[in-house]
Design a protein around this ligand. Structure first.
Ligand SMILES: CC(C)(COP(=O)(O)OP(=O)(O)OC[C@H]1O[C@@H](n2cnc3c(N)ncnc32)[C@H](O)[C@@H]1OP(=O)(O)O)[C@@H](O)C(=O)NCCC(=O)NCCS
Length: 225
């Protein structure tokens, strides 16, 4: 798999009009692309950018029909923890003929032999270590550290300032909260959540939320509903 990072069509749309859209826009503009529209499914969402039109997701098909430009890139700018939505929208938008973009902030460090899946987003100051593999639609947020030989399955999000030590494995749609530390060789199951600031010393089961130091399961977490 060859990484196609920061190789964007000249025009791009975002799907998702909140915080992730704000942090991704400067990156696509830095690499010379133009954000031409934002789509979101929330009818009452305030426009994230005054100079870019906001549409409902249901208007996308019609909007695409009226375009003249041939190639259009897209980024699913939905974080916290909606990896499965990113994966689904990625598939749908590609089905409409749009091209997924894979991006990294210019201050992120990505090891030469790391593999970065299509649709992934790597934010400012983050570090992707040697032999790390990110599957599609992952987010590695500001100042996060994914160390050597770790593997992130599709739709995983690593929040700002979190550290995955070496050989950590995170399942589909796993979410590691801000500032958390995951010790070497830990396995985090799919749809699991690691709370902000946690130190994970034991494997986390699929669908489980863990918090604290050392991290312990949180019963009936709202975040998973
Ligand atoms: C773990 C988390 C998902 C739980 O959310 P939730 O299910 O809505 O849980 P609640 O807020 O109802 O809290 C339930 C209990 O867990 C505690 N708790 C919640 N998050 C905690 C954390 N990160 N560390 C320690 N305890 C935590 C609460 O104090 C509360 O305890 P109490 O019942 O004794 O009052 C959430 O708190 C969290 O840490 N999210 C990560 C946020 C983040 O990093 N965002 C990144 C932004 S880019």
């Amino acid at each position: 798999m060859e990484n196609k990072i920061n190789q964007f069509p000249s025009e791009i749309i975002f799907y998702g009009g909140t915080g992730q859209a704000k942090v991704v826009r400067p990156i696509v503009e830095y690499y010379g692309s133009k954000l031409v529209a934002v789509f979101d499914d929330s009818p009452n969402l305030e426009k994230p950018f005054q100079d870019v039109p906001l549409y409902l997701g249901s208007e996308l098909e019609e909007w695409i029909k009226n375009r003249k430009e041939l190639e259009l890139g897209f980024c699913v700018t939905i974080g916290d923890p909606h990896g499965r939505a990113r994966i689904k929208l990625h598939r749908e938008l590609e089905g409409e003929g749009l091209s997924p973009i894979t991006l990294a902030h210019p201050t992120a460090f990505i090891s030469k032999n790391a593999k970065i899946g299509v649709g992934s987003q790597i934010m400012a100051g983050s570090i992707i270590g040697p032999e790390v593999e990110l599957s599609q639609d992952c987010i590695v947020n500001t100042n996060a550290n994914v160390d050597h030989e770790s593997f992130l399955d599709s739709g995983v999000e690593i929040s700002p300032g979190a550290t995955l030590c070496g050989l950590v494995n995170v399942g589909v749609n796993g979410w590691v909260g801000a500032g958390a530390t995951v010790l070497p060789r830990i396995q985090i199951g799919s749809d699991a959540i690691v709370g902000a600031g946690a130190v994970v010393t034991k494997n986390v089961e699929s669908g489980q939320t863990v918090v604290g130091i050392p991290a312990k399961p949180l019963k009936d977490s709202e975040a998973q509903k």
